[in-house]
Design a protein around this ligand. Structure first.
Ligand code: MLT
Length: 324
């Protein structure tokens, strides 16, 4: 056995994982595929997580933004990657549940990826540009109704979290919005701040810093309790639109067939990140909630994803949201 191979095997014995080629895992950088634009909520989440997981894994973690088609292009890239633990898919309710009911995908969102860990939950926040005259959700809805069909709503593309939540919102209030697709809600938010679009039903973590800075206005969050980071923003129930509850949970997956030991190692690194007070503070500051420890296992994520498919697919199909 060559010296290098012996060294690799010894390192692998110390970390407990030897891959098929006899190397320690991870022996090279890991890529997390973010299916939306840099600067948006999924990208920000991936970067905080990667920064901490890198410490546990002892390897660089590269973030690759593979954008387009509501996140389906990035997820497809992950599905097609080698199941060796060097490609991780980060996504959320939109990319890993909703898109399966909208797009004619060439892969199975549930069965072609193996779950690693549920990371955070994030309510949506209804936000508008400052120039809109409304002061609360009831006034905003009245304003949208008065401008039926003309109000522009930024989204991260068909089937993204912001699109799905926007469609749900327009159905509940009985109006049509003009959806404007972007490659992520990072760029959509920039246009909202600049007054180029009117509203976004956005992930709270994305919009909150701008709301706090006074550059956009928030009307309600789609949860039944207020965010500790923004106690002045009412829930939709309080603001007059009960039942508009959307929790945009985010999670990590790997390509189907990734060895169980590698999934366990990635899971342990994610769990360590979620237990880190510095990470918890960064998440809490933007309203992200870390799930309880028993919900951070691969099995719990599998069960959650399947339950969400059962909950949302019939509604999406009934709403007839399709790719034209
Ligand atoms: C993003 O990172 O841009 C978002 O997750 C997009 C979305 O689904 O609304």
């Amino acid at each position: 056995m060559k010296l290098l191979t012996i060294a690799a095997v010894t390192a692998a014995m110390l970390t407990g994982i030897v891959t098929a080629n006899g190397q320690a895992y991870p022996s090279k950088p890991i890529t997390i595929i973010v299916p939306f634009a840099a600067g948006g909520p999924t990208d920000a989440l991936a970067r905080v997580l990667a920064d901490r997981m890198r410490q546990s894994l002892g390897q660089t973690i590269v973030i690759e933004n593979v954008t387009g088609a509501g996140g389906t292009l990035g997820v497809a890239r992950a599905v097609r990657s080698a199941p060796d633990g060097y490609t991780v898919s980060i996504g959320h309710l939109g990319t890993h549940v909703i898109n399966g009911a909208i797009y004619p995908l060439t892969f199975d969102l549930v069965n072609d990826l193996d779950p690693v860990a549920l990371i955070v939950s994030n309510p949506m926040m209804i936000v508008s540009k400052n120039a809109i005259p409304s002061k609360n959700l009831k006034e905003l809805i009245a304003w949208i109704k008065a401008n039926d069909g003309k109000v522009t709503a930024g989204t991260a593309g068909l089937g993204s979290g912001s699109h799905f939540a926007g469609v749900y919102f327009e159905q509940l209030i009985g109006v049509k919005l003009q959806f404007v697709p972007y490659r992520g809600t990072g760029p959509a938010l920039q246009d909202l701040v600049a007054g180029q679009i009117d509203v976004i039903v956005d992930q709270a973590s994305n919009s909150l810093p701008q709301v706090q800075g006074g550059t956009i206005r928030a009307y309600g969050i789609t949860a039944n309790k207020r965010l500790p980071a923004a106690p002045n923003i009412p829930t939709v129930d309080e603001a007059g639109l009960p039942d508009f509850h959307v929790e945009l949970w985010s999670a990590l997956w790997v390509p189907k067939g990734t060895p169980k030991e590698i999934v366990a190692k990635l899971n342990a690194a994610a769990v360590a990140a979620l237990a880190d007070p510095a990470v918890q503070k960064r998440f809490a500051d933007v309203g992200l909630e870390v799930p309880p420890r028993d919900k951070q296992t691969p099995e719990a994520l599998a069960a959650h994803q399947q339950a969400e498919v059962k909950k949302w697919w019939p509604m999406i199909k009934a709403a007839n949201i399709k790719v034209n």
